[in-house]
Ligand binder design. Sequence first.
Ligand code: MF3
Ligand code: CO
Length: 250
Amino acid sequence: MIELKSARDREKMRRAGRVVAEVLAILREAAVAGVTTRELDALAEAEILRRGGRPAFKGYHGYPASLCVSINEQVVHGIPGPRRLQPHDLVSLDLGAVVDGFVGDAAISFFIGEPPSPRAAELVAVTEASLRAGIAAFQVGGRLGDISHAVQSLCEAHGFSVVRDFVGHGIGRAMHEEPQVPNFGAPGQGIRLRPGLALAIEPMVNLGGYEVEVLDDGWTVVTRDGSLSAHFEHTVFLGENGPEILTRVE
Ligand code: MF3
Ligand code: CO
């Protein structure tokens, strides 16, 4: 069942989205060479609590932290720990918060200092552009596959590959609601896009092949070929007049 949200729900989702966006902006500034990923996690949790929210990820299926920090060949769900960020690292931060019963979920990718190569810089730029393209395809009267196709076609036009094993999702009172939002698919296919639909659109894009595997920690997803991977995510609400990004980082 796909739940359509009310105007009141939308207002609550705006607040959850704003908390996620504000905290991600703080984390982006704090993520410099020498900082440990555990320090970023502690900062994330403190800043969410300070805003009257609670971390959406902590305890979710046993996940042990408030933040996911995925570095270089890590795709998503990297667990914070003693690792220190290094110059040229490609860092993806994924954060979720619950505020007044509704969830916001967003992710950003960036480099510590300079990118390691022009192709790495292109990967991050194209992944972010593919999220924008996916959001632009999230329109009343369209189909879910329009979003998937917009993401996939842009990434593949640049020679990158989209991850198949993890997808975006509906979002609202729960972090993961129906429908699944794949980053691959055909236009004109899938459910019809209606006002009141809220989606977390989240391209996960690899410089090499699309295959991924999960490390022995049970969480960290890495590219099978060891190539770099980038991840951007927004929580987006479809209003009568088009998509509203609820987690826009100012
Ligand atoms: N943004 C991610 C997702 O949509 C975060 C999940 S991490 C988890 O799946 F630990 F909470 F599972
Ligand atoms: Co998500």
